[in-house]
Design a binder for this molecule. Sequence first.
Ligand code: G3P
Ligand code: MG
Length: 346
Amino acid sequence: SPGTPPTPPETTVTDKYAFAFDIDGVLIRGGRPIPEAVETMKMLNGENEYGIKVPYIFVTNGGGKTEAERCVQLSKQLELEVSPGQFICGHTPMREMAEQFNTVLVVGGEGEKCRIVAEGYGFKDVVTPGDIIKDNQDTTPFRKLTPEEYKNSRARNFAEVKIDAIFVFADSRDWASDQQIILDLLMSKGGYLGTRSENFDEGPPVFFSHNDVVWSASHDLTRIGMGALRVSLEAMFKAVTGKDLKTTAFGKPQIGTFQFATRLLQQWRKDTHGIDSPVDTVYFVGDTPESDIRGTNEYDEHSESSWYSILVRTGVFQEGTTPRFQPRATVDTVLDAVKHGIEREY
Ligand code: G3P
Ligand code: MG
């Protein structure tokens, strides 16, 4: 009737399906959103022909910052609020290992950021390569600490410190010196720097936050990533000791990461949308067949919900090659992926 303002179209939240997004090569490249990313997020938040909102989470292998810091950055890039309650990065599941070890070496990332992340996870005693170089600068013949690194590093007598585990949290900024220090520990007597084991079989375990050999950054072609550091370390250990080195990687495609993602999504749907029932289908949008598509397909076989893999052409996977793991669908961009998922539901 005249005088009554028009009622805005209702948006409802679906309890049937959800999306999970990889970040690099899908939403972001080299710190900038890919052109369709902002519109995609709007579509999920109700700007679609069905007037439906779709819950979503982010599952990246990247890392090197606290989840909270990363979400602030992602919120700016995607022009909407991203909460740590809907975000997992490569090292997030490592928080569950904090109780297992006393002193750990944390490798990778900028400055002190990864030490801060590890301490935030509850790791009791976190050592960085900088601490070791500060204690003995002969450790790395070709790397000297910058004045800032020297100031922030915490020297101590490493002859008396037993390092119980090595965690590579983020990409190394100096492969040679980081690998030298990791190798020293792997060849040590029980994690004491400056010692050498007779059989090289008593060094601490090494954990990587993911295993992506290449990833999609700002360069047109893929760039080497943490998985490349891993294979190079394993090859170097073999060359120096004659022994095989076993290392462990977290992140996608590990089933544990997808289980973690399932718990996160369940909690997120409950806390923000009041949905208590299990999700029927999770559409996972990724650019890397070896981690995103493989992980989603393998998890689909274990999970009660259906996990549906969608491969985009904006990142690691390039047209003209055959993906080593077959997605359920291949589309150009993340926007097409979301359209594909939503249309499939109606
Ligand atoms: O270092 C990050 C990269 O390997 C992958 O990130 O978001 O594509 O899983 P993402
Ligand atoms: Mg990616």
